[in-house]
Design a protein around this ligand. Sequence first.
Ligand code: NAD
Ligand code: IPM
Ligand code: MN
Length: 372
Amino acid sequence: MLASASAMIESSSSTASRKRIAVISGDGIGKEVIPEAVKVLKAAAAAGGREVALTEFDWGADRYLRDGTTLPPDAVEKLRRDFDAILLGAMGDPRVPTNVHAADILFGLRFKLDLYVNARPCVLFDKRLTPLKDRTEKDVNFVVFRENTEGLYVGMGGFFKKDTPDEVATQEDLNTRKGVERIVRYAFEFARRQGKKRVCMSDKSNALAFGHDLWQRVFKLVRAEYPEIEASHQYIDNLLMQMVRDPSQFDVIVTSNLFGDIASDLGAALAGGLGLAPSGNIHPGQVSLFEPVHGSAPTIAGKNIANPMGAVLAVGMMFAFLGWAAEAQAIHDAVRAAIREGKTPAELGGSLGTREVGDWLANAVAKSGAHK
Ligand code: NAD
Ligand code: IPM
Ligand code: MN
């Protein structure tokens, strides 16, 4: 069976054999990890006899600072019409302190393409990588499903009397019945499809008596439709503590946008490091976006030290989404082999640079052509 990092199998909208992939490297280490991920993408596609057409887009801080463009007005329509999947590096640059380009591009794509599932697998490849004492691969193997189109991220709110001693700032937490139900249902459907036994919903309904009361009520209704799956609930503060204390209790976690953002960085650390964590921003059956969980890491950018494995595993998730299960598995296996053989970057205790890790992985998947 596929390991969970590459197991997000959904059928994409296009059934054509050639897949059209948009590539947005973005900022900082995005510009270093994406070329490595593309190397591995091409090697895995070639090994499996698959055809890909890649198109690069220069959206990010450089372009914004050059001509003011963030997400071009026709971008969403073009991506929906002409592409099967999107590979993105990271957005964020100290020269753009407002983060406006990142909000327009990253949130723009998540919201406007309605990518309501943010799937973030937390899979420990080798027990040497976890900071937790006496934990092994079987203890850290879960996925966080983060609601990706609403919650505290919708940008509703504003300032009143800005920059005065009487200033007021509001930020609305938007939860819709449709939005909550579809992500909770996705988590249960995933568990059913993958033979996972447990789904844990996390909220803060003891304090957020309206928005998260909705999460409680929807969860109760949906869980009743999946009697074979053990459904539980943990408040988010307890959940984060439990993830550290005993991660083996989790198979599937489903939570809101902000809480999922936080829980997935913690999950990445438990699985060995932020640079190793992939994610998929998915709308089943429609063009979807795959990216590492990490950001642009400006302090290590340009030094050839960033770990490209999260970006590479994001390609694995993309291939699984596109229905290329064997190629997805080959990518997963290559990362596992690199870790086992110590062909790792500094983040994972090794001495290889970003490019050298990419070369090693591309070579490993090229050799895996036997699986055709
Ligand atoms: P970050 O993920 O960029 O970095 C957090 C820490 O992890 C840093 O110590 C960094 O050096 C390290 N790190 C991250 N990725 C790594 C990798 N591949 N290999 C080795 N080490 C790695 O988060 P941050 O520092 O909070 O944010 C930096 C910028 O990135 C900000 O502008 C932020 O908004 C943005 N960001 C963007 C995304 C995205 O585009 N999806 C995600 C997170 C943060
Ligand atoms: C992520 C990032 C983004 C988020 C930031 C850059 C706004 O942290 O993709 O996890 O919070 O969604
Ligand atoms: Mn994040």
